[in-house]
Design a protein around this ligand. Structure first.
Ligand SMILES: Cc1cc2nc3c(=O)[nH]c(=O)nc-3n(C[C@H](O)[C@H](O)[C@H](O)COP(=O)(O)OP(=O)(O)OC[C@H]3O[C@@H](n4cnc5c(N)ncnc54)[C@H](O)[C@@H]3O)c2cc1C
Ligand code: SF4
Ligand code: SF4
Length: 403
């Protein structure tokens, strides 16, 4: 495909908690110590650097979603075929390339032999973005492209990345010497290796190789699409989660501390969108970026309904059981269809669903680190995560407190 390149990358240096964001493959691989979300992240400092301020306590949603100027429900008036949702992430990057605002976009293409495996690519033409639409499961060394991008003479770049990649990028961006870096972030949670993900697909279908699309939707169902054009919705409660091996989700993805990509210029997700996409415009650069889609994107005020406290408490109880090696509490079979019917109607919806998911992720971080890497807690858990879990009775002891 013209305008899409996958340059050869150095080997990764061995690391402990690591999602191979690419920093360990750079010339200065020791930069991991400063750059890594899993070592000693400093969100307040980076939020102030990127957005000009930290989270404002007077704007309560910033505790959950990070600093922002505005949020919106959104969709492209003409959805892009093959996109995960309507293709806002792709279209933003296309517009940046079309208008000459950037010379190259760093993002993930599907591997030639496996649509689910992400491969880091440099896209230098707008038409190349069509090849990278949609979601891959897994992580790959996106930031290892920074050096090849600079060597190719690109001065203004855009990066589409998940939170653990964007944190590291922000921590090292000054040293890279680019004229500008525009960041389109997506939320990310419950990621795993592509190999593990294939195991999950095999539990969902007798013909997993024919699944072309999977999404955890905000209406409490997983949507699957197949090669023959058919579609299937599976209620969350019917997912075979209890049949997954204990290490299905790596510790990194059970304990990372940024669900909504708080250091992006704009976050493009779906959690708060009630069936549409959800945009978090975080700073002036993000605002300028969104203005590139004028006339193409339909925006609305996000809704919010239901109450999150009950579901988050239930999640905490189940996470404690699972982390302790006990089986998850399963509902009797006859109750499940009733609850599956009720959840999209009375459960948390819109922004309340997004708040619930962010709190659940914070709960997981504390419970799993406490059990598996307690010594990491004082350096890895930012203050905002403790604030998110405080209503559920989780608080740091002396050894766990941030120093
Ligand atoms: C592993 C994962 C988990 C996610 N979990 C959530 C979630 O819980 N809640 C939520 O609101 N949103 C989540 N998202 C984001 C969501 O799936 C959509 O990507 C987002 O809403 C953008 O949709 P779109 O139609 O605009 O994307 P598209 O226009 O289809 O573009 C998607 C972009 O994402 C890039 N991409 C795809 N796979 C990966 C990957 N594995 N790593 C890095 N970049 C990738 C593509 O290269 C492409 O540039 C997740 C994304 C990933 C990759
Ligand atoms: S995730 Fe990135 S910064 Fe962290 S150890 Fe791995 S390569 Fe280094
Ligand atoms: S869940 Fe967290 S650690 Fe895992 S890939 Fe996503 S952002 Fe990175």
């Amino acid at each position: 495909m013209k305008g899409v390149a996958a340059p050869p990358l150095r080997a990764a240096a061995p690391r402990g908690l690591c999602t191979d964001c690419g920093v360990s493959r750079m010339a200065d691989h020791a930069a991991c110590g400063r750059a890594c979300q899993f070592i000693a992240p400093d969100y307040p400092a980076l939020e102030a650097k990127v957005h000009g301020r930290g989270r404002d306590p007077a704007r309560p949603d910033e505790l959950h979603f990070g600093p922002f100027l505005r949020m919106a429900r959104a969709r492209l008036a003409e959805p892009l075929p093959g996109a995960q949702w309507t293709g806002i992430a792709t279209r933003l990057a296309e517009r940046l390339l079309e208008t000459g605002a950037v010379d190259a976009v760093l993002t993930m293409a599907p591997a030639e032999d496996d649509r689910w495996r992400p491969v880091p690519v440099l896209v230098t033409r707008a038409e190349g973005m069509a090849a990278v639409r949609g979601m891959r499961m897994g992580y790959a060394p996106l930031l290892a492209l920074l050096e090849p991008a600079a060597a190719a003479g690109h001065r203004r770049i855009a990066v589409i990345g998940i939170p653990c990649q964007v944190y590291a990028l922000r921590a090292i961006e000054e040293r890279l010497g680019f004229e500008s870096i525009t960041v389109v972030g997506t939320p990310c949670s419950d990621n795993t290796t592509t190999e593990n993900f294939h195991g999950f697909l095999a539990l969902l279908s007798d013909a997993p190789q024919t699944i072309t699309y999977l999404e955890f939707r905000a209406d409490y169902t997983v949507e699957l699409r197949f090669q023959n054009g058919t579609k299937r919705l599976i209620p969350f409660l019917d997912l075979p989660i209890s049949r997954l091996p204990r290490d299905f989700f790596p510790l990194t993805c059970r304990t990372c501390v940024d669900y909504t990509n708080v250091l992006a210029d704009i976050t493009v997700g779906y959690m708060g969108g009630q069936g549409e996409q959800w945009l978090i415009v975080r700073n002036e650069r993000g605002e300028r970026l969104l203005s590139l889609l004028e006339g193409e994107v339909v925006l609305a005020t996000p809704g919010s309904a239901g109450k999150r406290a009950g579901p988050v408490k239930g999640f905490l109880a189940n996470t404690l059981r699972a982390a302790g090696g006990l089986p998850l509490r399963r509902m009797p079979d006859w109750v499940r269809p009733i609850v599956s019917w009720l959840m999209p109607r009375i459960g948390p919806r819109g922004l309340e669903f997004a708040r619930a998911r962010v709190e659940m992720k914070a709960v997981e971080t504390v419970v799993h680190l406490r059990r598996e890497k307690p010594a990491r807690m004082k350096s890895m858990i930012p203050a905002h995560v403790w604030s998110l879990v405080a209503p559920y009775g989780l608080a740091p002891d002396e050894r766990e407190k941030r120093r």
